[in-house]
Design a protein around this ligand. Structure first.
Ligand SMILES: Cc1cc2nc3c(=O)[nH]c(=O)nc-3n(C[C@H](O)[C@H](O)[C@H](O)COP(=O)(O)O)c2cc1C
Length: 169
């Protein structure tokens, strides 16, 4: 039997959400006995979606919504027969500022996953309860790489999803 695969996919224009995605992958890689695919949503095939035991999606916050690309991606998922039902789902986001859309975007993606019958998993830390999020443009966090405090939430999310995939397979 081949190891379960975790699909980690994201949209990123200026690299912040990509950095979070790489940290999620690092967390998944800490768990033995799994494979993962890490790629932008534009490159994901339907076969990869169907094969994955878990899908972890990342979006930047655009005007308090997920980006149109992420929404289109989710809207493109196969629905007839609900083939995504009982797959594990998890989310991560990056937003410029505090409390100007991040949590709304996490729940928006989670709601869409739940329409497909997916089982939602949050991060390892309390501070990543709904998924991993990073502030990238306000105060001390502006004009810098994504800070470790946020990357660690993403690592914890990947690790937890990996552990839960193995427990529930
Ligand atoms: C069109 C647009 C709208 C945005 N709207 C918001 C917003 O409503 N709230 C927020 O926190 N950040 C907002 N941002 C900032 C981005 O979410 C933030 O810079 C993010 O980290 C970019 O991710 P990326 O580097 O992966 O592209 C917006 C950015 C753009 C380009």
């Amino acid at each position: 039997q081949s190891p379960p695969t975790i699909l980690i996919t994201y949209h990123s224009e200026s690299g912040k959400t990509k950095a979070m995605a790489e940290a999620v992958a690092k967390g998944v890689a800490e768990v033995q006995g799994l494979e993962y695919i890490l790629k932008p949503i534009a490159d994901v095939t339907e076969e990869e979606i169907l094969k994955a035991s878990a899908i972890i999606i990342g979006s930047p916050v655009y005007n308090a919504n997920m980006t149109p690309q992420v929404q289109e991606f989710i809207n493109s998922w196969p629905f007839d027969g609900r083939p995504l039902k009982d797959k594990i789902g998890a989310v991560f986001v990056t937003g410029g500022g505090f409390s100007i859309g991040e949590e709304a975007v996490m729940f928006s993606m989670i709601r869409s996953m739940m329409i497909h019958g997916m089982i939602i998993v949050g991060g390892d830390e309390l501070e990543a309860a709904f998924g991993a999020s990073a502030i990238t443009g306000e105060g001390d966090f502006a004009n810098k790489e994504v800070q470790d405090i946020f990357l660690e939430k993403a690592v914890g999310l990947g690790r937890r999803v990996g552990e839960i995939v193995l427990k529930t397979r």
